[in-house]
Design a protein around this ligand. Structure first.
Ligand code: HEM
Length: 321
């Protein structure tokens, strides 16, 4: 009698996108130096990321350290050439001056999360040391968890995120782009808030802008929830089904400098839902019916990246463009 061996190839392991909620994060956006040795160095680095994360994380097993790495569209071509993720392109801008989702330079994104900032800090240090002068860091933000999961504007943030199996289904590329299965698209924007103006609003006015109650975080009834509310404009459907993204925004700031911000990060299996949400927020649905949160918030950066699966990330080290 012959024994049948399983023939299914296991599906590629996503990077730690659906990792548990943590209290700290560091977001780093870097550009690639033009020299060809720089590209070589970044490719080699792809094979080191997992080991460096293990080395730092093992020292505090309860610290939930994780790292997600993504690459911008131009960088993908320079570093890895063809094939490329079918939907990867540079960040599309939405809106017009005064209320605009702007695109800013960025080739590599690091999203480092842990329950202690020292773990994030150490891993960021190690990863950047390993990249050496191959890159230039153009933006670096240390985010913190603010009270009971609240954004800096005082509302609980992340409630409507998909969880469990759904989180994977909404974020991991599947058969639609088989060579990149297990990968994700990620959109980041750094927002600065005018807190004096925001705090001058009544709680009820703020609640109509977000579409949820402030203290108890309950969605407003459809009868009273404005169509311009943040929650209404970021709820989207495709063929009658709601399409979700996975967010892990973090507050950041420097009270002494009057800086109060939200680092927005959203993962999805295609850029489409992320871009439709941005269009609804900045242009409006219908145009003009825009997100009033933007009267108090300015996007100062914007980037779209592709996050290869963990397996592909390691293999990319051997890819010559
Ligand atoms: C100024 C920066 C932002 C702040 C402070 C913010 C804050 C919030 C808050 C407080 C909620 C309600 C609770 C929740 O379900 O999480 C929310 C919901 C949501 N936000 Fe944002 N957000 C920001 C930007 C964005 C952007 C740029 C996008 C998409 C591109 C987005 C997508 C969503 C989605 C999909 C929901 C859930 C909607 C629902 O299903 O009800 N947010 N956000």
């Amino acid at each position: 009698m012959t024994t049948k061996m399983p023939t299914d190839t296991p599906s590629p392991e996503p990077q730690s996108i659906c990792s548990p909620i943590t209290s700290s994060a560091i977001f780093i956006v870097a550009t690639l130096k033009p020299a060809s040795e720089a590209a070589e160095k970044v490719r080699d680095w792809c094979a080191d990321i997992a080991a460096l994360t293990r080395s730092v994380g093992k020292r505090v097993p309860s610290g939930n350290l994780s790292c997600v790495v993504g690459f911008g569209s131009t960088a993908w071509d320079t570093l890895f050439g063809s094939p490329r993720p079918v939907s990867l392109h540079t960040f599309r801008e939405f809106g017009a001056v005064g209320r605009q989702a702007i695109s800013t330079p960025g080739d590599i994104l690091l999203h480092i999360r842990a329950d202690q900032m020292d773990l994030c800090f150490e891993l960021a240090t190690q990863l950047l040391a390993s990249l050496g002068d191959a890159i230039t860091v153009v933006d670096e933000v240390q985010g913190f968890r603010y009270f009971d999961m609240r954004s800096i504007i005082g509302f609980v943030d992340g409630t409507e995120n998909p969880v469990g199996r759904k989180a994977v289904d909404f974020t991991a590329v599947g058969d639609e782009d088989q060579p990149f299965a297990g990968g994700s698209y990620v959109l980041v924007q750094k927002y600065l808030h005018n807190m004096n103006a925001w705090n001058a609003l009544s709680v009820e006015a703020q609640e109509r802008i977000i579409g949820r109650t402030k203290l108890s975080d309950i969605e407003l009834d459809d009868a009273v929830k404005p169509t311009s509310s943040h929650s209404a404009l970021t709820t989207i459907t495709h063929n009658g089904q709601e399409v979700k993204i996975l967010r892990d925004n973090m507050p950041f700031g420097r009270p002494g400098a009057g800086e109060f911000g939200t680092y927005f990060i959203g993962y999805a299996r295609s850029p489409d839902p992320l871009e439709l949400m941005l269009e609804n927020m900045f242009v409006g649905r219908p145009p003009g019916n825009y997100d009033r949160l933007l009267d108090f918030s300015t996007a100062v950066t914007g980037g779209l990246f592709f996050v290869p699966s963990s397996d592909l990330l390691e293999q990319l080290a051997d890819r010559a463009s």
